[in-house]
Design a protein around this ligand. Structure first.
Ligand SMILES: Cc1cc2nc3c(=O)[nH]c(=O)nc-3n(C[C@H](O)[C@H](O)[C@H](O)COP(=O)(O)O)c2cc1C
Length: 397
């Protein structure tokens, strides 16, 4: 849980995007944060405090004048690791920029010295207005961080100009990066491969495997949160691209190899979490092969060995994955580590329940060059990603 032990204040002002703040409060809580929600009076018109109380399991502050909580806004300005304002209305941004303290949220913001992350959300003309531009500029100059706004449909209709609040997942990712960034990853290029690859038998039939890409996507997300510049070389996957990560989409193993080879030149870390197809039809058809009676024999040829063929820059930390189906996996993983000159091999067993393909959890053993293998319990893939990055981080420093 990336926010375990962290305290976050979620300030909600009165924009229509308030409904997305419920999801954000939920996601932050699920990620392990203790979340205190502070509502402006206008926000409480959109979403009642009880909704946030139920989502976070904590009381919600809506006024400076609540009995028994006289100086709560000062405590909530000082104590949290992060204050997020989402949505941040044009009005709340103006009040904060002016240094007003005329309600509980702006009083808290004025007393705040630690990090603040705001997600502006408003009509596109309000966002483009010179007053809003100046207010945002002033707040950024004072150290505020911004996420969004996005371009896209607004409550009042279609728009092709910025104004729409970033999605909760993007706000969460920006918050993670603010809280979790670590010195060894700053300015480092990290390349992660993910997902399956697909090899065509003909235009409509493919040889592939059930990899979902979840492990690689979780690694990319976690590396971004630590402060790295991340490129994800992804085979076909339905997963949403993690916020802040650059995608390089490929289909075949040869395409993945070319992309990885081009990108690794500038990489400090290369993590090969993809499950590329090892074989491809030797003679793919240009047109659909008609169904015929009897068996079909297809000759398969080996695809390029991506890990074995990459030329990496000196000092690049390389992590390979070994997917086994029982047997002496550790010995085979160690051999892979040596043969392919890797820094780490992450071993998992495709037959173990809850591990491997298509599930959100994994149970892996991290095998390094010198250390004893680190056997992890069954964990969510994001937590597995954090433990893998911990091992890489030790090699980076
Ligand atoms: C239906 C409705 C939707 C609104 N949506 C927004 C919005 O998305 N962004 C914004 O800046 N103001 C929006 N407003 C205007 C704010 O609610 C208004 O400026 C209010 O004073 C904001 O107060 P606060 O900043 O203290 O929460 C909306 C108002 C209404 C009635």
């Amino acid at each position: 849980m990336p926010f375990a032990g962290r305290h976050v204040v979620l300030g909600v002002s009165g924009g229509i995007a308030c409904y997305k703040s419920c999801t954000l409060a939920r996601r932050l809580t699920e990620a392990g944060a203790a979340v205190d929600v502070v509502l402006t009076a206008a926000a409480a018109e959109f979403v009642r405090p009880v909704t946030f109380e139920a989502l976070t399991g904590r009381p919600v502050l809506t006024s400076l004048w609540e009995r028994d909580r006289a100086l709560a806004h000062i405590g909530l300005a000082r104590e949290p690791d992060l204050v997020i304002v989402a949505p941040a209305t044009a009005n709340v941004l103006a009040r904060a920029a002016m240094g007003l303290a005329d309600d509980v949220l702006t009083a808290l913001l004025l007393a705040r010295t630690g990090p603040v992350l705001a997600a502006p959300a408003m009509n596109d003309a309000m966002y483009a207005h010179p007053a809003t531009r100046a207010n945002l500029k002033g707040l950024v100059a004072r150290g505020w961080h911004l996420v969004g706004p996005d371009t896209g449909p607004l409550a009042e209709g279609p728009s092709d100009r910025p104004g729409r609040m970033s999605e909760p997942e993007a706000i969460l990712a920006a918050a993670e990066r603010l809280l979790l960034q670590r010195a060894p990853w700053q300015g480092k290029n990290v390349v992660v491969t993910a997902g399956p690859t697909r090899e065509h038998l003909d235009p409509v039939r493919v040889v592939t495997n059930p990899s979902s890409g979840r492990m690689g996507y979780a690694l990319a997300e976690a590396a971004y949160a630590r402060g790295a510049d991340v490129v994800l070389v992804s085979g076909p996957s339905d997963l949403p691209l993690p916020f802040g990560v650059t995608a390089h989409r490929v289909e075949t193993t040869a395409e993945m190899q070319r992309a990885a080879q081009a990108l690794v030149k500038r990489a400090a870390v290369l993590i090969m979490a993809a499950a590329p197809a090892d074989y491809r039809p030797a003679q793919p058809g240009a047109t659909k092969r008609p169904r015929a009676k009897g068996a079909l024999t297809v000759e398969l040829e080996a695809t390029p060995d991506i890990l074995g063929s990459l030329t990496r820059p000196a000092g690049c930390v390389v992590v390979g994955f070994a997917l086994e189906t029982g047997g002496d996996g550790v010995a085979r993983a160690r051999k892979k580590l040596q043969d392919k000159v890797l820094d780490f091999v992450v071993l998992n067993d495709a037959l173990e329940p809850g591990a491997g393909f298509e599930v959100s959890t994994n149970r892996v053993t991290i095998i390094g060059k010198d250390d004893e293998p680190i056997e992890l319990p069954l964990l969510p893939k994001r937590d597995v990603a954090e433990r893998i990055l911990d091992a890489v981080e030790r090699a980076l420093t």
